[in-house]
Design a protein around this ligand. Structure first.
Ligand SMILES: *Cc1c(COP(=O)(O)O)cnc(C)c1O
Length: 494
C-alpha cells in the first residue's frame, strides 16, 4: 500500500513507515492511502473469531504492508492486552433499545486517545528502523489535558524516541495535571508553562519552524516529530474498533450480518469519526455517521449547508476535548470526495479567509453520509442525567454530547437501526461536571470523584484512584520564552 498527500496532484508516493515517521506531508497536506482495502465477503466468518489484538493486526496489515503480520501482532498484543486494558479494548454496553455505547477508555489514561496512542509509538519505533533513521525522534506535544498524558503513556520507554509535553500550568484540571507530573519512564519530560493552551501550542509551533534549531538538534543527533492526530499512525488503529464493534453486535446476537448500523461520535478534530467512515469504505455495513459537536458547532453547520466557516466565537465547554474550530482530519474526507486539487484549494481558502464552500455535488455526497448535530452544555447535562436515571448508564460529558445526538436521531427514525456510540472518556476524568449534571447545584466539588462514586455506585478507575500516592517527578513551570531552551536541555541530556 502506498500513500500520498491530500494536496498533491502529482502523486508522489510514500510507504507506510515513511508516512508514520514523517507525520505531515511536505506540502502541508495529510497522508492518505492510494486505495482503501476491502474486506471480502468470505473473510467475515474468520474475522468474527479473532481477539481484539489479532483483529487489529489483520486490519492494520491491509494498510501497512511494509510491516510484517508478526510485527503488527506483537505490537497489538502489547498495546491492547490485559496489562494495558484490564477491562477490555473496547468494552461495549447496551444503553437502551438499539443504542450501544462502545467504551474506548479502559486504557492507561482513561481517555479514548489510548486506543491510538498505545499503538502508534510502536509503529513509529519500527518506522524509524525501517527508514534507517539514525537520529532520536523528539516528540513535542502541547496539550490541554488528555492528549499529553496519553502520548506520555504511549511513548514512555519506547526505543529511539524521547517525548516532551508542555501544558498550561493553570489551564488543566487537577486530575490531568497529577496524571502528567507523576509520569514514569526514562525518556519523558513534562513542563508547565505560564500561559494558556494557545501559548503552549504556538510555542511548540515556533520551535518546529526554527531552522537553525533544527540544524543544531540534527548535529546533536535528534529530530523533531509530532504525535498529533493528523499522523496516519494515529488514525489507522482507530479503524479497528469500528470493525470490532460491528462484529461484536453480531456475535452477541444483537444484529445479523449485513444489518445496517449507524454510528455516532463526539467529534473534535474529526479523527475518530473519520476512522468509522474508513471502516464503511472497507465494507462494514454502516449507515449514517452522526457527527456530534458541542457549542463549537462549526461541523454541524458544515454538514447542514456545505459551508465551513471558522469565523465565529470560541466557547469553553464542559466537553473541552471537543472545543475546536478547525477539525484537521476533515481534510482527509474532502480528499476522498473532491480529490487533491480541490482539497488544496479549500485548504488555501480556509487559511486565508477562515472558510470554504463545497460544490453542490460534493455537498450531496457528504451530506448523504454524515449528519451533524450539536448540544450546548445545558442539553448535554440533561442527557447525562436522564440516561443515568432511566438506564443506569453513567457517561462522561463528551459521550453525553453524542448520546444527545443519537437519542434525537432515534426519535426521528423510530429506532430503525442499531446505533453504535463512541464513548470517549471515563466519567471520572470529568468528575466535577458529571456530578453537577447529576445533582445540580447541590453537588460537592471538593472531592468530586469520591462523591461521584458514592452517588452512582460506579468505581473510580485504578489509574485515577492512586494518583495522589504517586511521586511528583516534574514540578517545573517556565516562562513561554524558555520553551526552546527546555527542549534543548532535554534533547541533549542522556
Ligand atoms: C480527543 C477527544 C475527542 C475528539 O476526538 P476527535 O478524534 O478529535 O474528533 C472526544 N472526546 C474526548 C474525551 C477526547 O479526548
Amino acid at each position: 500500500m502506498k500513500y500520498k498527500s491530500t494536496r498533491d496532484v502529482e502523486n508522489k508516493l510514500y510507504s507506510g513507515a515513511e508516512v508514520i515517521a514523517m507525520g505531515l506531508a511536505p506540502d502541508g497536506g495529510l497522508f492518505m492511502p492510494t486505495s482503501i482495502p476491502a474486506i471480502k465477503d468470505e473473510e467475515w466468518a474468520h474475522l468474527r473469531t479473532l481477539s481484539y489484538p489479532a483483529l487489529a493486526a489483520d486490519i492494520l496489515h491491509r494498510y501497512l504492508d511494509d510491516y510484517t503480520e508478526e510485527e503488527l501482532l506483537a505490537d497489538a498484543e502489547a498495546a491492547y492486552g490485559p496489562k494495558k486494558f484490564p477491562e477490555g479494548a473496547p468494552a461495549i454496553n447496551e444503553v437502551s433499545e438499539n443504542l450501544y455505547s462502545m467504551e474506548l477508555w479502559h486504557g492507561p489514561t482513561c481517555a479514548f486517545k489510548d486506543m491510538a496512542l498505545q499503538m502508534m509509538p510502536r509503529l513509529l519505533s519500527r518506522a524509524l528502523k525501517k527508514t534507517n533513521a539514525s537520529k532520536t525522534a523528539l516528540i513535542l506535544v502541547a496539550t490541554s489535558g488528555d492528549t499529553g498524558k496519553a502520548a506520555l503513556e504511549g511513548f514512555k520507554d519506547v526505543d529511539g524516541v524521547k517525548i516532551m509535553v508542555f501544558y498550561p500550568a493553570e489551564g488543566v484540571s487537577d486530575t490531568q495535571k497529577l496524571q502528567m507530573i507523576t509520569q514514569e519512564g526514562q525518556n519523558v519530560s513534562v513542563c508547565g508553562i505560564c500561559g494558556n493552551f494557545d501559548d503552549a501550542q504556538s510555542g511548540v509551533k515556533t520551535i518546529f519552524a526554527d531552522e537553525a534549531f533544527e540544524k543544531a538538534l540534527a548535529d546533536a543527533g535528534a529530530f523533531l516529530s509530532s504525535a498529533n492526530s493528523i499522523n496516519w499512525g494515529r488514525l489507522v488503529p482507530q479503524i479497528v474498533y469500528y470493525v470490532y464493534g460491528y462484529l461484536y453486535l453480531i456475535n452477541q446476537g444483537k444484529i445479523a450480518m449485513g444489518d445496517t448500523v449507524d454510528v455516532c461520535v463526539p467529534t473534535g478534530n474529526f479523527g475518530n469519526i473519520l476512522a468509522a467512515y474508513f471502516a464503511k469504505q472497507m465494507g462494514v455495513p454502516f449507515g449514517k455517521f452522526i457527527c456530534a459537536s458541542n457549542h463549537n458547532n462549526v461541523l454541524t453547520d458544515f454538514f447542514a449547508n456545505g459551508n465551513y466557516n471558522r469565523n465565529r466565537p470560541f466557547f469553553q465547554t464542559i466537553s473541552p476535548s471537543m472545543d475546536i474550530l478547525i477539525s484537521s482530519n476533515l481534510e482527509r474526507l474532502l480528499y476522498l470526495v473532491c480529490g487533491a486539487k480541490k482539497t488544496a484549494e479549500y485548504m488555501k481558502d480556509l487559511k486565508e479567509t477562515g472558510a470554504y464552500t463545497l460544490d453542490a455535488d460534493e455537498f450531496k455526497t457528504i451530506s448523504e453520509a454524515f449528519i451533524g448535530s450539536y448540544a450546548c452544555d445545558e442539553a448535554t447535562k440533561k442527557t447525562l442525567k436522564s440516561v443515568f436515571e432511566s438506564n443506569r448508564y453513567l457517561a462522561d460529558t463528551h459521550t453525553s454530547v453524542a448520546l444527545n445526538a443519537a437519542i434525537a436521531y432515534q426519535e426521528k427514525t423510530e429506532k430503525k437501526n442499531a446505533i453504535l456510540v463512541a464513548s470517549t472518556a471515563s466519567p471520572f476524568k470529568f468528575s466535577e461536571d458529571v456530578l453537577s449534571a447529576l445533582k445540580g447545584d447541590e453537588a460537592e466539588t471538593k472531592n468530586a470523584a469520591k462523591e461521584l462514586a458514592a452517588y452512582t455506585g460506579a468505581q473510580i478507575p485504578e489509574q485515577l484512584a492512586n494518583l495522589a500516592q504517586k511521586a511528583v517527578r516534574f514540578s517545573s513551570v517556565i516562562e513561554k520564552t524558555e520553551m526552546q531552551n527546555a527542549v534543548w536541555q532535554f534533547a541533549t541530556s542522556k
